[in-house]
Design a protein around this ligand. Structure first.
Ligand code: LER
Ligand code: MN
Length: 260
């Protein structure tokens, strides 16, 4: 197991400064956000000078946009990120949130197709297109809770899409969203099995792990059972001074993982 932090949560003005901060905390990966647009050679040079790796890269959030131009740009951006993921050693893949929002943005064309049916079919087509562009690290879908998204809320919703493909398409398990959507987090993790290629951690209140009442140990035991050995990406609000809080969080996560 390795620990990662989102780029935007790390201290520092530049990516090298942020990597130095993470190294100091013993954090092994960064979820690249803003810096994903840097030239590939520059990124490779920056990461070559650090023990911190690129944990994942962001794909487009416009794959279901009603505007065809925005969708085409979304596909292109995601293809570029898949290529970049293969250039950065140890990168787990490209994170795609299928859509944000509690209602479809596509029109309701009943009785032909409802908006949700259209979204499902369009998303499956977009994934087929993108699966063909995977030659290294996979694309993975992140299920979000019902207050943030409606199409893919539970791990099972993600695996339903992913199961149409081979290892090119995976899913992410985010403990904050699972805490709202899954009846039994451990059972859902076991059912998703090797489709899980990335994990986000936040506590029940979305503060840093250790500051709420999340039972990480049971979920971590299920991750170990399925042979998950990837990143736990910290994605949360931080209570208290950043460096102290993260030091405490890293300790908490390593302790819970060891005990699981
Ligand atoms: C949003 O709640 C979330 O969990 C993020 O990982 C989406 O990119
Ligand atoms: Mn997340």
């Amino acid at each position: 197991m390795k620990i990662a932090l989102r780029e935007g949560m790390a201290q520092g003005a530049t990516l090298p400064e942020k990597l130095a901060f993470l190294e100091r905390l013993g954090i092994e990966g960064v979820e690249v956000e803003r810096s994903a647009g840097l030239p590939v050679e520059e990124l490779r040079t920056i990461f070559a000078g650090s023990s911190v790796g690129a944990a994942n890269l962001p794909g487009s959030t416009a794959l279901l946009d009603p505007d065809p131009k925005a969708r085409a740009e979304g596909l292109e951006l995601t293809r570029r990120r898949l290529q970049l993921a293969g250039e950065l050693e140890g990168c787990a893949g490209v994170l795609v949130v299928p859509q944000f929002g509690t209602r479809p943005q596509l029109p309701d064309l009943s009785p032909y197709k409802t908006a949700v049916e259209l979204e499902r079919e369009l998303f499956a087509l977009q994934l087929r297109e993108l699966a063909g562009a995977v030659s290294g690290p996979p694309l993975f879908l992140e299920p979000l809770n019902r207050y943030e998204a409606h199409l893919v809320n539970r791990l099972e919703d993600g695996t339903t899409f992913a199961n149409e493909f081979g290892p090119e398409i995976g899913i992410m398990a985010d403990f904050f969203h699972m805490n709202i959507e899954e009846a039994d987090i451990a059972a859902s993790i076991r059912a998703a099995g090797s489709r899980i290629v990335y994990v986000h951690v936040a506590d029940s209140n979305r503060l840093q792990p250790g500051r709420g009442h999340m039972d990480f140990r049971t979920g971590f035991a299920a991750l170990k059972e399925i042979g998950y050995d990837g990143y736990l990406g910290i994605e949360c609000r931080i209570e208290g001074p950043l460096e102290e809080a993260l030091t405490e969080t890293v300790e908490h996560l390593r302790r819970e993982w060891a005990a699981a």
